[in-house]
Design a protein around this ligand. Structure first.
Ligand SMILES: C[S@@+](CC[C@H](N)C(=O)[O-])C[C@H]1O[C@@H](n2cnc3c(N)ncnc32)[C@H](O)[C@@H]1O
Length: 285
């Protein structure tokens, strides 16, 4: 794979910004599009409720159009919403007003999560970085810096939630939806062997994670991993079947959801999930 083939001339961060500015309202609707996509949102909310303190100031880093900001605002938290894309933040501003939670949203700030220098150490009672915002930083050093920043701004003993796009699930998606891309070295083999995707084939540049990668990265830092969760879990890759169950078999759906909660923390489920969530706690010293 030659260097000029894989690395596009446009800086990768610009491609990420461009992608999300073009997504617009599509990104706002993503998490509630159907029962399958709701699994990511509902499962994340389940674990936010489980691990967040009852109240406090939360940083929604890479919060995009603000689904989680609004949901947490409704639960009574105060939130600072932070994202790279000005277009996403414009949508968020509107949706926050529509949801009437603007008193809960303390600031909306544009920037990149690898530089949170506008916040002091130990500022937030919880930090969330969800939906793969961290995955969109291709450069490993910058990604590691972002992890340091997320930890630095979080108060000691408080939780940090990071959800990432899973590498194995992306390979399966290629098999199911984009078989022609399996022949494209800078797409399929690059993702398979390094996790890196440089854009140009319908998605923003991204580093797709294996669970053990983020685990190793967090274990080097002053945090304790509490749980890892496969957000789509056993449904991962089975969009049609999941939506069919939700629509046609409401009783069975309840049992499936219960099954999902019982299985989503199994290491195999985490590894095959489209998105997986890592929950850790900043150590007290
Ligand atoms: C798939 S969206 C997720 C939005 C939201 N967290 C959610 O889960 O619904 C990814 C978001 O990450 C943002 N993003 C990408 N790279 C970023 C960076 N370096 N710093 C901050 N935000 C970033 C994008 O602008 C986009 O809004």
């Amino acid at each position: 794979m030659s260097e000029d083939k894989t690395v596009p001339a446009v800086p990768l961060e610009k491609l990420v910004k461009k992608y999300y500015s073009e997504q617009g309202m599509k990104e706002w609707k993503r998490l509630v599009r159907d029962a399958y996509h709701r699994l990511e949102f509902d499962t994340t909310m389940h674990f936010l409720r489980k691990h967040l303190l009852r109240k406090g100031l939360i940083l929604d880093a890479g919060g995009g159009p603000g689904r989680y900001t609004i949901a947490l605002g409704r639960l009574g938290y105060h939130i600072v919403l932070f994202d790279l894309s000005p277009e996403m933040l414009k949508i968020a501003e509107k949706q926050v007003k529509r949801a009437k939670v603007q008193r809960q949203v303390k600031q909306i700030i544009q920037g990149s999560i690898d530089d949170l220098s506008m916040f002091r150490d130990n500022t937030f009672d919880g930090t969330i970085c969800l939906g793969g915002a961290l995955s969109h930083i291709l450069d490993k050093n910058r990604r590691e810096k972002a992890i340091d920043e997320l930890i630095r701004v979080t108060k000691k003993s408080s939780p940090i939630f990071i959800s990432l796009i899973g590498r194995l699930a992306v390979l399966v998606t290629e098999l199911i939806c984009f078989p022609q891309e399996i022949e494209i070295e800078e797409v399929f083999q690059s993702i398979r062997d390094t996790g890196d995707y440089y854009g140009g084939y319908g998605f923003a540049p991204c580093h797709f994670y294996l669970p053990e990668e983020i685990e190793a990265s967090l274990k080097k830092r002053k945090v304790t991993i509490l749980e890892m969760v496969g957000l789509e879990g056993l449904s991962s890759g089975h969009q049609k079947e999941t939506n069919r169950l939700f629509k046609k078999y409401p009783k069975a759906w309840k049992i499936w959801w219960e099954t999902h909660l019982k299985t989503c923390t199994h290491p195999c489920t985490v590894a095959i999930s489209e998105h997986f969530l890592v929950i850790c706690k900043k150590q007290s010293s």
